[in-house]
Design a protein around this ligand. Structure first.
Ligand code: SF4
Length: 248
């Protein structure tokens, strides 16, 4: 059984292009509701959930810093994002302080995280809009958060989850991969997967689901070499099923 295909190849195998309207149990590439329940029960037993000291993006529990940290993390390794956030928050910790810095000053501070010129520009736009539209206070709702420059669905969900303690499963690259491989949810992009997942997720999983799925993606369902033979979800997984079928 070949298990080393890239995620892109995996999704092509198991997930033809579908809209989230397809998310019903007549679609064989998606898990049926009973299977979704079973998958989450297994993850609940095997993966760590949310801990009391979960602090949010790169340990930034404050909503403003969560937003900035999330913006800096785009296409950046964790270590580099940490370096950039630490350097930037030594210079400014509020929208007013941030706007006192020039864009080149911000760009110089956040250089380790890459794309620093466009990120610096976004930080300025974000701070200006935050002050103009929300009096400098980060809003709580997804729609309001997404109205801010530089904040997409993933950042909005992460900020809601960590800074405001709202139960939501934020979809990062690991959650996106696991959802599409298993058939838990489907989407060509992380945002599309998040919309599909939202429709299919039982209420009781919202508090910890993000953590279970991330840990499962990191420990078992790796991007390049998923550990399918040892995976406790392989009896449900649509990707595994498709590979088995191809081998017979
Ligand atoms: S069987 Fe498990 S490890 Fe393999 S693709 Fe499916 S969920 Fe991932």
């Amino acid at each position: 059984m070949t298990l080393s295909k890239s995620f892109e190849a995996d999704t092509a195998l198991t997930q033809p292009h579908m809209s989230h309207k397809d998310s019903d149990n007549t679609n064989p590439t998606l898990l049926a509701p009973a299977e979704v329940e079973e998958m989450f029960r297994i993850l609940q037993k095997q993966m760590p959930g949310r801990t009391k000291d979960a602090k949010g993006p790169k340990d930034q529990p404050d909503p403003f810093r969560s937003c900035i940290s999330c913006m800096l993390s785009a296409q950046s390794r964790d270590r580099n994002t940490r370096l950039a956030t630490t350097a930037l928050f030594q210079l400014a910790r509020s929208p007013e302080e941030m706007l006192r810095l020039s864009q080149p000053e911000i760009a110089a501070a956040i250089k380790p995280c890459g794309l620093y010129n466009s990120k610096a520009k976004n930080i300025h736009r974000f701070c200006r809009t935050l002050l103009a539209d929300f009096d400098g206070r980060v809003p709580r709702t997804r729609a309001e958060l997404m109205s801010l420059p530089g904040i997409g669905r993933k950042c909005a969900d992460i900020v809601q989850q960590f800074a405001f303690d709202i139960d939501v499963i934020a979809v990062d690259t690991h959650v996106h991969r696991v959802c599409n491989r298993t058939g838990l949810a489907v989407g060509k992009t992380a945002d599309a997967t998040a919309r599909s997942l939202e429709e299919r997720t039982p209420e009781w999983t919202l508090h910890d689901g993000h953590f279970w799925l991330i840990q499962f993606g990191k420990q078992i369902c790796h991007a390049r070499t998923p550990r399918c033979e040892n995976c406790s979800l392989n009896h449900l997984c649509r990707y595994y099923r498709s590979i088995e079928k191809a081998d017979t």
